[in-house]
Write a protein that binds this ligand. Structure first.
Ligand SMILES: Nc1ncnc2c1ncn2[C@@H]1O[C@H](COP(=O)(O)OP(=O)(O)OP(=O)(O)O)[C@@H](O)[C@H]1O
Ligand SMILES: N[C@@H](CCO)C(=O)O
Length: 291
């Protein structure tokens, strides 16, 4: 048997749509795998009632298939599905790392990124790597078509998860198909600023670099209370606020000493809009841990 703790992740960070991602130190899924003649899956934990146990429909089934590693797979969910916190990616990355070890496949974490992405294709129709890359590699990741670059960074974050669900599939439907050159230039500037901020572990640059006008405005409309939550977080000291992944979680960057205040302000912001929410006081962290 092998066990992996696989962290939540936040993709996009505003200016890096489908490119940027970070691993978070909490919440996380725990995946246990045991050799078997065919793949079977048990799911427990947060939101498990919404997650299929059929290997054709669960992301870990596709990962077991890709590694030719049939197993009994137990998933203890800590990352709620359809949260914008890389729930499906945590399971896919955790299963890839655990099954690779169980069957002695010898793949590196970087080589496991496209394997875990096969799982993502099961739920969103496309094999995105911007959540599975940080879940496996940790830190801040920049994912392009055929390469992933990682940087260790120490940035305090708050991820505020409201009691509403937004599926990645639905959130991709509202992404505009065209953009004004002025907005593209603005986004490139933000993405570069955010990247420098991560390299320097500078919360001011990371927060400013989250600003983006191409995708976030359309997506934020799917999140009841987004505008109020954003303002509340900024008033409480956040250096930048954006939609986490495909939403509905909202991500704020801040100084470590402001994290509690920012978390409370974001929960209150959602409450003002009539939405219950919980906040994870977190930070950019390591990738999945194999036990
Ligand atoms: N092991 C799994 N863990 C979580 N969700 C799963 C799993 N297997 C299949 N799913 C399905 O995937 C969907 C959730 O994935 P989705 O990509 O929408 O959310 P997310 O992973 O939290 O979001 P994001 O990628 O924006 O951070 C749900 O419909 C869920 O039933
Ligand atoms: N980059 C993806 C992350 C969610 O899988 C999106 O925003 O649609």
């Amino acid at each position: 048997m092998r066990t992996v703790r696989a962290p939540a992740t936040s993709a996009n960070l505003g200016s890096g749509f489908d490119v940027f991602g970070v691993a978070l130190d909490r919440p996380a899924d725990v995946i246990r795998v045991e050799r078997a003649s065919r793949t079977t899956i048990d799911v427990t934990g947060v939101g498990s009632q919404y997650i299929p146990e059929d290997p054709e429909k669960n992301v870990v089934g596709a990962v077991a298939e890709a590694l030719d590693a049939p197993a009994h797979i137990e998933i203890d969910k800590g990352v709620r599905p359809s949260s914008g916190l890389g729930s499906s990616a945590a399971s896919a990355a955790g299963a890839a790392l655990a099954l690779n070890a169980l069957y002695g496949r010898g793949l590196s974490r970087t080589e496991l990124v496209p394997v875990a992405a096969e799982g993502e294709a099961v739920v969103s129709g496309e094999a995105h790597v911007d959540n599975v890359a940080p879940a496996l590699l940790g830190g801040f990741t920049v994912a392009r078509e055929d390469e992933v670059t990682t940087v260790e960074a120490d940035i305090a974050l708050v991820a505020c998860l409201p009691e509403i669900a937004v599926s990645t599939r639905d959130a991709r439907r509202v992404v505009p198909s065209h953009a004004d050159m002025e907005d593209v230039v603005h986004t490139v500037g933000s993405a570069a600023t955010l990247t420098v901020g991560m390299c320097r572990s500078d919360p001011e640059l990371v927060g400013r670099g989250m600003d983006e006008r191409l995708v976030t405005p359309a997506r934020s409309e799917l999140i009841t209370g987004y505008g109020g939550v954003r303002s509340a977080a900024l008033d409480a000291g956040a250096t930048g606020v954006t939609v986490s992944g495909a939403g509905p979680s909202v991500l704020a960057a801040c100084y470590p000493d402001d994290r509690r205040r920012v978390a409370a302000a974001m929960i209150d912001g959602f409450e003002d809009a009539g939405v219950e929410a919980r906040a994870y006081q977190t930070r950019v962290s390591d990738g999945a841990t194999l036990f």
